[in-house]
Design a protein around this ligand. Structure first.
Ligand SMILES: CC(=O)N[C@H]1[C@@H](OP(=O)(O)OP(=O)(O)OC[C@H]2O[C@@H](n3ccc(=O)[nH]c3=O)[C@H](O)[C@@H]2O)O[C@H](CO)[C@@H](O)[C@@H]1O
Length: 376
């Protein structure tokens, strides 16, 4: 490459959509310290917080969702959409971008169209087993179509896995090398909990899940008799957990840690013996790479999308699947506690989870991006 690398990275919405973008940006920055990396996002997505926090330049473009039913919005859609494409094209030209890397979502569609208009290489990554609309459209003219999972139906797709953030890759490497215990003690000191107690991590993904929160709140008096629970509830969703915590015996209350949103998931993963979670692509891939046994409770909407995300790791024996409707306090007491308290079963699950976890996705996707730019 003669001129310094400049790329526009498009992806936004939830942390599940933004984190792979951040992982790839960090790897590009590591390889090309003088690269100009510009992320595109909307002001309402979580990217508005996460992208600047990662030290990356973020440019806003208007959010142009497709109306779900006929309305006045539909009439103005083409004008608003074309304006968004023009905005992106202006940003591309201003930063001298040599290519666009897209991770799907609202922000991606105008970026993909701008790439086509300006004849720039487009590299797409689809996180989920079922591709979203933006990536289905963009894949038609993309130079590279990469996916997390093997059977994602996109033309010309190659599976690379899901790019994971560096602290999670480092913890996965530590776990694989048998250094997980040291990481656990360091994380316990940082979080302020006992490293010796069996630890259950609960999370509903980046947005939190009310049904998981309620089932855990309803059974926490039993759970804390067996070990400790770190419960990440999601923003604005602490109420049930805090109420349940206030009703615990004072002597056991410290065994129930309630966190609204975690900025240090790698530390919480380092502490966990088992995880109760939604099955967003991010959580599934992180837990598999880390070799963490999990009970997956897929989000009960979207054509079974999240159940598909968890399919491979569950089929391998690294996780257990439970329907959202079946997840109750008594289900946890009858099923999750015995599993959590069975070191042999957890050891088998750790090996099985790791067997399907991919650790090199960030590097592989970055290689593909660089190759596509050099080729142009
Ligand atoms: C409701 C919804 O739209 N869900 C989608 C969303 O889920 P969601 O945004 O929950 O995404 P994922 O499970 O993919 O990833 C969550 C990410 O957030 C991190 N994390 C989570 C909680 C927290 O407190 N702190 C934190 O850092 C996790 O470590 C992980 O990296 O994007 C995923 C990836 O496209 C999809 O598969 C999900 O179907």
């Amino acid at each position: 490459m003669n001129q310094p690398l400049s790329l526009v990275l498009a992806g936004g919405g939830t942390a599940g959509h933004v984190n792979p973008l951040l992982a790839v940006a960090a790897e590009l920055r590591r390889r090309y310290p003088s690269a100009r990396l510009t992320a595109l996002g909307t002001a309402t997505g979580v990217e508005a917080e996460l992208v600047p926090a990662a030290g990356l330049d973020l440019r806003y473009i208007p959010r142009v969702p497709l109306p779900r039913r006929p309305s006045a919005d539909l009439v103005t859609l083409p004008t608003r959409f074309n304006a968004a494409v023009k905005d992106v094209a202006r940003i591309i030209q201003e930063v001298g971008a040599q290519g666009i890397v897209g991770f799907g979502g609202y922000v991606a569609t105008p970026a993909y169209l701008a790439a086509r208009k300006l004849r720039l290489p487009l590299i797409i990554h689809e996180q989920n087993t079922r591709p979203g609309l933006a990536n289905r459209v963009g894949a038609r003219w993309a130079s590279v179509v990469a996916t997390t999972f093997a059977h994602t139906p996109l033309p010309g797709a190659q599976q690379v896995g899901l790019p994971l953030r560096a602290p999670i890759e480092e913890l996965a490497a530590a776990n694989a090398a048998g250094r997980g215990r040291a990481a656990r003690w360091a994380a316990a000191a940082a979080v302020g909990i006992d490293p010796e107690l069996a630890t259950l991590l609960v999370t509903g993904g980046s947005l939190g899940a009310q049904s998981i929160n309620e089932a855990v709140a309803g059974s926490v008096h039993r759970l804390v008799r067996e070990g400790q629970v770190v419960h990440v509830t999601g923003r604005g969703k602490t109420e049930a957990a805090l109420r349940a915590r206030s009703m615990l015996d004072a002597a056991l209350r410290d065994r129930y840690v309630v966190i609204e949103y975690a900025h240090n998931m790698d530390q919480l993963f380092a502490l966990a013996d088992m995880v109760l979670t939604r099955a967003g692509a991010g959580m599934v891939c992180e837990l598999a790479a880390l070799g963490l046994p999990a009970v997956y409770v897929p989000l009960p909407i979207g054509n079974g999308e999240q159940a598909r995300n968890a399919h491979d790791v569950v089929a391998a024996g690294g996780g257990v699947l439970v329907n959202d409707a079946d997840l109750t306090a008594s289900w946890l007491e009858d099923n999750a506690i015995p599993l959590w308290q069975s070191p042999d079963r957890l050891a088998n699950m750790r090996t099985a989870a790791r067997s399907v976890g991919a650790l090199d996705a960030t590097k592989t996707l970055t290689d593909l991006i660089v190759k596509a730019i050099v080729r142009q």
